[in-house]
Design a protein around this ligand. Structure first.
Ligand SMILES: [Zn+2]
Length: 373
């Protein structure tokens, strides 16, 4: 229940974005490249909760997501597999890199020894809870089935995913965008299909670590759960889940397109954003200050609105020989995400969220993972 108000706001804001985007003629001819990764395949069957077969379900859902996206002009879809074959985990990220993809989305189903259920979307990072670590371990396990795994995985041990932590850096740069993408997919499924929200979390998945783009892994539900397993396996369940993952991706893409189109006259007014902040449920991280980094420059600018496309209360900080300019200062993660969206719409397309603890900059991923359950 906790995340519902935020989800609604998010969808409301994103719907407004969509309205704008669909009326704007496509000027950029470069397609938006989505790499869809159906987990497992071939000898790696994935989990077999309730007798259902993960590798078959995720392939079917993945192909359906692709079919929806392929109908939309400016989308290009690349699949890591379209048939029942095993693709080594370490090859999947590079497929996306070689395609110069815009996003990487890996599709899986979860399993657990108890009756756990719900939808979870993951980004690469440290797992703060045993359950998240277990999920990552299971999805990484296939490495043992692959030939020459010792050479290909540089000493990484699937039974100790912590050994991947040193490799999370590559994804750190895309963390903010990965969280946005994960959030859109997650809220679409949870709200539109009334599934239990296990929220967006981080865990060390090998398949996510090597791609140079926003990357997420969706766990569509628990095959081991008595109610959820049959739903995820059903024709209806697969169709609905595919539709909502696709919707999340479409919204993300439209959001990016607007942010990079240099729009200086946002359709959403500051007043509307303030209104959204007022009614959205707080997501407070005690002792943490979130800010939106707008820009870094050697130039020392006065922080008045005229210099920052009308944004008020911009802060300046000196780091090394660079001045960094920040918008917003709050311990409410919901609020800062909305403020980031607004800054991006104003034209700061690469604006991102940073976190401070006790006046010191800390990794956003670490701050967010402290709230894992
Ligand atoms: Zn899986």
């Amino acid at each position: 229940m906790k995340t519902k108000p935020l989800s609604l706001i998010f969808i409301a804001v994103m719907t407004m974005f969509n309205a704008v985007c669909f009326t704007t003629k496509a000027q950029n001819t470069k397609p938006f490249v989505v790499v869809l990764d159906a987990g497992h395949g071939g000898t790696d069957v994935g989990n077999l909760g309730n007798g259902f077969i993960e590798k078959d379900i995720v392939l079917d859902v993945t192909l359906q997501i692709g079919a929806i996206l392929e109908k939309i002009p400016d989308f290009k879809v690349i699949y890591t597999r379209k048939t029942d074959v095993l693709i080594d985990l370490y090859r999947r990220g590079p497929i996306a890199n070689e395609a110069d993809a815009d996003i990487f989305v890996s599709i899986h189903c979860d399993a657990f020894t108890n009756q756990a259920h719900g939808i979870g979307t993951f980004v690469m990072g440290v797992a703060k809870s045993e359950k998240n670590l277990e999920t990552a371990k299971k999805e990484n396990e296939v490495i043992f089935l692959e030939e020459n795994y010792e050479e290909n995985y540089a000493g990484f041990n699937p039974n100790s995913p912590e050994s991947l932590i040193g490799l999370t850096l590559m994804q750190e740069e895309y963390l903010d965008q990965s969280i946005t993408l994960a959030g859109l997919i997650q809220t679409n499924i949870v709200n539109n299909l009334k599934r239990k929200d296990r929220s967006v979390r981080s865990a060390p998945f090998w398949v996510l670590h090597s791609s140079y783009m926003p990357s997420v892994l969706v766990e569509l539900g628990f095959l081991t759960n008595k109610q959820e397993g049959p739903y995820v396996n059903s024709k209806k369940g697969r169709r609905e889940l595919a539709r909502e993952v696709a919707n999340g991706i479409i919204t993300y893409k439209n959001n990016i397109k607007l942010a990079t189109s240099g729009a200086q006259n946002p359709v959403i007014t500051e007043q509307e954003i303030e209104e959204a902040i007022k009614i959205s449920e707080e997501d407070i991280y005690k002792g943490v200050d979130f800010k939106v980094q707008l820009a870094a420059s050697k130039r020392k600018l006065e922080t008045k609105p005229q210099n920052f496309k009308g944004l008020k209360d911009v802060d300046r900080d000196k780091e090394g020989d660079l001045y960094k300019y920040y918008y917003g200062n709050t311990s409410d993660y919901t609020k800062i995400q909305l403020m980031k969206t607004y800054a991006q719409e104003k034209g700061y397309s690469s604006a991102f969220v940073v976190a401070y603890k006790g006046g010191k900059k800390v990794k956003l991923s670490e701050v967010l993972s402290t709230k894992d359950n």
